[in-house]
Design a protein around this ligand. Structure first.
Ligand code: H2U
Ligand code: ZN
Length: 364
């Protein structure tokens, strides 16, 4: 690893950092980390869950809403969400009475993925071979739903603070016939970088981070984890493959094993940081799927995304996962996106480099 001089400017002067994936900015105020902290620091209640909870709607053999009973599954279990936010047969939107009062048709489906039959585990605590099974389910769900829908969003919402309704280890997959806001921004930005440079944006970014090292958290043969230069959340990370990969199903067996390994190491670092089962929202972004029937909003609110994208050509994309944890300075003190952040733009005090250094310090 080559070590470069780190510009002092980035550690003591307020500045804005550009996010090339979304085209947005974050305000960084490193001079504020010296200010005294007078807020509360509490110890979280100990987490003692049984391996099986008769009242849990995700545990094997239990009844869910509507009376369906879960099978006695041994590893993972996927089912259609009983309260799905998207429906495959949703009616078409009527013609808008005004361009200011517009609704768009959207069709899709939502599934819940139980990571393990064990109610008391988290992904970080599962064995590598069981994490690998979850990776395989993520890839299989993406491939299957990608046959029907152009966007497949795999994600996990972990912890009550993130609004997760159940501590049983689980994630979700939502698939729909349109590109949601976040991937739509990433599509435009990656496409533009590809046109200007002839290489995927995130592959160049991964190379840069591997050379510089100052924001690296974990590396293995096939993957790296960094606190991105433009991170918004205090301990936000970006998980990237080291070769050009479009989508989860494209990962080889060796890459899936290496992914299970780096996931376990990252999540263990997170848990150790504030000695708590670390809450977060994480999810995968990969190339959209080719689909002629994909809905494109009649007028998109994103200036650069008004024409129907060429859905056969997605080489500008690079698979990646975002981890967005809300915690700031302890197991209970979270960052609030309020005030200037709601009305202006996201802001942070701790720099991405300081956050990466804190995560590197955690024992595995
Ligand atoms: P979250 O904890 O991340 O909200 O995910 C749990 C999901 O499980 C949630 O979306 C669904 C909820 O709709 N669910 C069922 O599908 N069946 C049930 O019996 C309860 C909850
Ligand atoms: Zn359970």
């Amino acid at each position: 690893m080559i070590s470069y001089p780190f510009p002092r400017y980035l550690t003591d002067q307020p500045h804005r950092r550009y996010n090339p994936l979304t085209g947005e900015y974050v305000l960084v105020s490193p001079q504020r980390t010296k200010r005294p902290w007078q807020g509360q620091v509490e110890n979280p209640p100990p987490d003692s869950r049984p391996a099986y909870d008769p009242a849990c709607y995700l545990c094997p053999g239990n009844k869910r809403a509507g009376g369906v009973r879960n099978p006695n599954y041994d590893h993972t279990f996927t089912f259609t969400n009983d309260f799905a936010a998207l429906l495959p047969d949703a009616a078409a939107a009527p013609t808008a009475v005004s361009p200011l009062l517009r609704a768009e048709t959207v069709r899709g489906t939502c599934r819940v993925i139980c990571f393990s039959p064990r109610h008391d585990l988290t992904l970080a605590q599962m064995s590598l071979s069981d994490i690998r099974r979850v990776v395989d389910v993520w890839a299989a769900q993406t491939a299957e739903l990608g046959q029907t829908y152009c966007w497949v969003q795999v994600f996990e919402n972990k912890g009550a603070v993130m609004g997760s309704s159940n501590p049983h280890p689980h994630g979700q997959v939502w698939a729909l016939d349109t590109l949601p806001n976040e991937p739509a921004k990433e599509d435009v930005q990656q496409q533009q970088y590809w046109q200007e440079n002839g290489r995927p944006l995130l592959l160049d970014y991964a190379q840069l981070e591997l050379e510089r090292g100052e924001r690296l958290v974990e590396v293995n043969e096939h993957w790296l984890v960094v606190v991105p230069y433009w991170a918004i959340w205090p301990f936000e990370t970006l998980l990237l493959p080291r070769r050009h990969v479009l989508r989860l199903p494209d990962l080889t067996g060796a890459e899936r094993d290496a992914l299970s390994d780096i996931l376990k190491r990252l999540l263990t670092r997170y848990d150790n940081l504030f000695e708590t089962s670390f809450p977060y929202s994480m999810g995968w972004h990969g190339a959209p799927w080719t689909l002629e029937t994909c809905q494109v909003p009649s007028t998109n609110n994103l200036a650069n995304h008004q024409s129907k994208p060429d859905r056969s050509e997605y080489t500008h994309w690079q698979l990646h996962a975002h981890f967005y944890p809300p915690l700031l300075r302890s197991a209970t003190v979270k960052k609030f996106m309020v005030g200037f952040e709601m009305l202006g733009e996201a802001q942070r005090d701790l720099t991405a480099e300081q956050a990466a250094a804190r995560l590197r310090l955690q024992v595995r």
